[in-house]
Design a protein around this ligand. Structure first.
Ligand code: GDP
Length: 361
């Protein structure tokens, strides 16, 4: 499955956040047989539709979609030169599908800042510089090779052009992501063979003081620093306290801080979107469940997420949109109202599809 690598300077609250991620009980509660790896934190993706479906179907259990976060230690200035755990750090980021930077905004004289002062802007620049330098090395190494190859292999001409363009962007101090060059775009795909770091989607977690959680001017300033990436604001210490509370107490604490969901929940939702993922829904008396697919997945591919046999033996999918199902009140009523569609192999799944697959075994 896809993973998001968590990076950040020392002492910004990464471990505190990561501990909260590993202790939140989405897996233990919902997927008792899942193997939980020590360096992976799994969060649920909040989806109010699941509760609604579970009511309609009388489901015993709700299984939300999840997102995997991996703790990547070792970013320091000079990481791209192999300083500290530099090389291991870069290899771990290369394996991640998105990059989540944790940025310190909280002020606390007892917690030393590696650069002596709290400055989100400087910290973002420090980390981005290391990633950009690492990509520049890859690009500079590739150009002489691609120059030679492009003389004989026509398809390499476009790759070389894309790499040269990327070099210019990186030299100007920009990540490729912020220049709009990512996986799935034409230019991003041309760069695929270089396994660059900054073409991955970024998201930013600002570890803030409690008063900053509701300071819209402050938050807009930070958002402007990281756009087009998403910014999430949370307090890592409070998150680690929230997971120890029962739902009611947690809600009370959140409301007292002017929040309507835990930061970890926001992180799950935004992380899921950042990875370019989507869900479809299944429901029955046993469980209501959100299944994870890539955006643009077809019905047989979606079936394959449940079981490879479902994909191999796929016949068709009975699809009711969530809204139609809620409006009609049951599958039988939706069918009677002509709202249940039989979709074939070419069907591209839409967000909120409630599905039952028909297949040969
Ligand atoms: P890491 O080096 O990035 O993994 O940072 P840690 O999670 O170990 O946190 C460094 C120190 O900052 C620890 O003493 C934490 O208790 C403290 N810390 C983490 N998050 C917060 C926060 O939101 N507010 C305050 N005041 N301290 C925090």
């Amino acid at each position: 499955s896809l993973t998001i690598g968590i990076v950040g300077l020392p002492n910004v609250g990464k471990s505190t956040l990561f501990n909260a991620l590993t202790k939140n009980d989405v897996l233990a509660a919902n997927y008792p047989f899942a193997t939980i790896e020590p360096n992976v934190g799994v969060v649920g993706v909040p989806d109010p539709r699941l509760q609604k479906l579970a009511e309609i179907f009388g489901s015993q259990k709700i299984l939300p979609a999840t997102v995997d976060f991996v703790d990547i230690a070792g970013i320091v200035r000079g990481a791209s030169e192999g300083e500290g755990l530099g090389n291991k750090f870069l290899a771990n980021i290369r394996e991640s599908d998105a990059i989540c930077q944790v940025i310190r905004a909280f002020k606390d004289e007892n917690v030393v800042h590696v650069d002596g002062k709290v400055s989100p802007k400087d910290d973002i620049e420090t980390i981005n510089t290391e990633l950009i330098l690492a990509d520049l090395q890859s690009v500079e190494k590739a150009i002489p090779r691609l120059t030679k190859e492009s003389r004989l292999q026509k398809e390499k001409v476009a790759v070389l052009a894309a790499v040269e363009e990327a070099k210019g962007i990186l030299e100007s101090g920009q990540t490729l992501f912020s220049a709009g060059i990512t996986k799935g775009t034409e230019r991003g795909d041309l760069l695929h063979e270089l396994h660059l770091l900054t073409t991955k989607p970024f998201l930013y977690v600002f570890n803030v003081d409690e008063d900053e959680l509701v300071d819209e001017d402050f938050k807009n300033e930070q958002r402007a620093l990281v756009a087009p990436a998403e910014a999430i604001f949370l307090n890592a210490k409070i998150e680690s306290e929230l997971i120890e509370l029962d739902d009611e107490e947690a809600l009370e604490l959140l409301q007292s801080m002017g929040q309507d969901e835990p930061g970890l929940a926001t992180l799950g939702r935004v992380g899921f979107d950042t990875l370019g993922l989507q869900t479809y829904l299944t429901a029955g008396p046993k469980e209501t469940r959100a299944w994870t697919i890539k955006k643009g997945a077809t019905a047989p591919e979606a079936a394959g997420v449940i079981h490879t046999d479902f994909q191999k033996g796929f016949i068709k999918a009975e699809v009711i949109s969530f809204d139609d199902l809620v409006a009609t009140g049951s599958v039988a009523e939706a069918r009677a109202a002509g709202k249940a569609r039989m979709e074939g192999k070419e069907y591209v799944m839409a967000d909120g599809d409630v599905v039952e697959f028909r297949f040969n075994v």
